[in-house]
Write a protein that binds this ligand. Structure first.
Ligand code: ARG
Length: 486
């Protein structure tokens, strides 16, 4: 669900002071009162930083760091403040498990992301849940590189009768889920229950999605079970993950064309699960066999567009509170306003070429400026077309879908209903600044979806008729095969 990679930053001034620890604590306390910002000392003693904001770099940055360093910085803020860490650059000797040179960041005693950072991949930014953040930097006696540069800011923690907006703003609890967007990005209406009035009603959830303010939120984090009722997992018949899809009606799953382009993953060896949460299977899930897959006839490769496919199931899905369809927008029904927070979900990699999670993950992604995104991808010789859309943080990266998430939804809340605006299609690695993920724009394919679903309904009618008249079922499979293209 996310990944990261280094990028260049400019305009940074390094300050060089060398003081004893105790003196530093004192000086920093004074700084905290008088100054808005603080720069960590560049020697390698323990440095306690108490200002509301500041920078930490490896000693000598942007020149190479020295060998054999062990540096510790502690950012300490009053408990009514939240420390927000932004990583600007990291360029350290890359070795397996980061044994040689590394950066570690602790939220209180908990190691952020559970691992060390080295090489050039930028760690995701995070808002600490503790009032102390410890930054540890180690270099050994082998090769040295440019180092790292991070900054912190602090914002007031919301009180217990307040709701924390995703940008840290506090609103009164009563304003959440009241039908009015109070947070700047409208997220106070996202983490809400929208009850369905019929079992098959689309875009409704009985369990609210939740994005907690803990260190894992900036990339993706585990979804609350049952909060994405329309998600379908597509696996090979050996149980391994192939792609995701979404329930759009009682017997149809929407997915990406590229999930079916490899002859080794013919639909006959694929299975669909709905009601699944744990990657290896959940109680109450439904296993569904595939009758046919229709890949869009214009599909050639993900970046050329039309990366969309429909899967028709042998038997209908049983709708229940945890299994329901998502609504599909029609062309021009909603304006996709830049900055609108939408959500991608899946069981894909947690970082580029990294591990896959054990549960369903979610990541909130703002709709990006389509022109900027197109300019980025054009430089890579893969210009985008109108029926594709980008979501993610254009400049910072750090949030994205990733390998394995394909075919899954990018969904946005409009009023009191969830709509699928995108199908996860492709990106460049994952979460690289400047390259948000690219999604197939669902509204551009409204007619195609309608026509293809109608065709399949006719096939089902034919099927039922033939069964009723006891004709050979094989003619059905011939017909199904003829509408299947890869
Ligand atoms: N093509 C990938 C898949 O098959 C999904 C890639 C999405 N990549 C991204 N950086 N958003 O799972």
């Amino acid at each position: 669900m996310w990944g990261f990679k280094g990028h260049r930053t400019t305009g940074y001034v390094q300050m060089n002071v060398s003081l004893a620890v105790l003196l530093l604590i004192f000086v920093n306390a004074v700084l905290a009162q008088n100054n808005q910002s603080e720069t960590a000392s560049a020697d390698c003693s323990i440095d306690v930083l108490t200002a509301p904001s500041g920078n930490i770099t490896s000693p000598g940055y942007p020149e190479s760091y020295a060998n054999n360093l062990d540096c510790v910085w502690i950012i300490s803020r009053p408990s009514d403040q939240v420390i927000v860490i932004t990583f600007h650059q990291i360029l350290l000797h890359e070795t397996p498990s980061c044994l040689n040179d590394y950066l570690e960041v602790y939220n209180g005693d908990e190691k952020f992301t559970g691992r060390r950072f080295c090489g050039g991949r930028l760690p995701p930014n995070f808002a600490a849940s503790r009032s102390n953040v410890r930054v540890v930097f180690h270099s050994d006696d082998s090769r040295s590189f440019k180092g790292f540069y991070l900054s912190w800011t602090s914002t007031a923690r919301c009180s217990t009768n307040q709701y924390t907006c995703w940008d840290g703003e506090c609103i009164s609890d009563g304003l959440q889920c009241d039908g009015i967007k109070d947070c700047s990005d409208g997220e106070d209406e996202i983490e809400c229950v929208y009850q369905a009035s019929t079992p098959g009603q689309c875009g409704k959830v009985s369990v609210a999605p939740q994005f907690t303010w803990d260190p894992r939120i900036v990339g993706g984090n585990a979804a609350v079970p049952g909060s994405y009722v329309w998600i379908a997992m597509i696996t090979k018949n050996d149980g391994t993950l192939q792609c995701s899809g979404t329930i759009i009606n009682h017997n149809t799953i929407l997915s990406a064309a590229h999930c079916f382009s490899d002859p080794r993953t013919a639909p006959s060896i694929l299975v669909v699960y709905v009601g699944r949460y744990d990657i290896n299977g959940s109680q109450g899930e439904q296993k569904l066999e595939i009758a046919s897959v229709v890949v869009h006839e214009d599909y050639r490769s993900p970046h050329k567009g039309s990366d969309i496919a429909l899967i028709f199931l042998v038997r209908p899905i049983l709708f229940q509170s945890t299994v329901r369809p998502i609504c599909l927008p029609s062309l021009g029904q909603f304006e996709l306003i830049e900055g609108t927070q939408c959500i991608a979900v899946g069981w894909g990699q947690l970082e580029y070429e990294g591990a896959i999670p054990d549960r369903l993950y979610q990541v909130r992604l703002p709709i990006t400026n389509q022109n900027f995104c197109n300019i980025s991808y054009s430089k890579e010789d893969t210009p985008l077309i109108d029926s594709q859309l980008c979501a993610g943080d254009l400049t910072k990266g750090a949030k994205d879908s990733c390998l394995g998430d394909s075919g899954g939804p990018l969904s946005c809340l409009f009023g009191d209903t969830w709509y699928q605006v995108g199908v996860t299609s492709f990106g460049i690695e994952c979460a690289i600044p400047g390259f948000p993920g690219v999604y197939t724009k669902v509204s551009s394919f409204q007619q195609w979806i309608q026509d293809t679903v109608a065709d399949s309904e006719n096939v089902y009618k034919l099927f039922t008729y033939k069964l009723a008249t006891a004709s050979a079922t094989s003619s059905l499979s011939c017909y199904l095969f003829s509408i299947t293209s890869f």
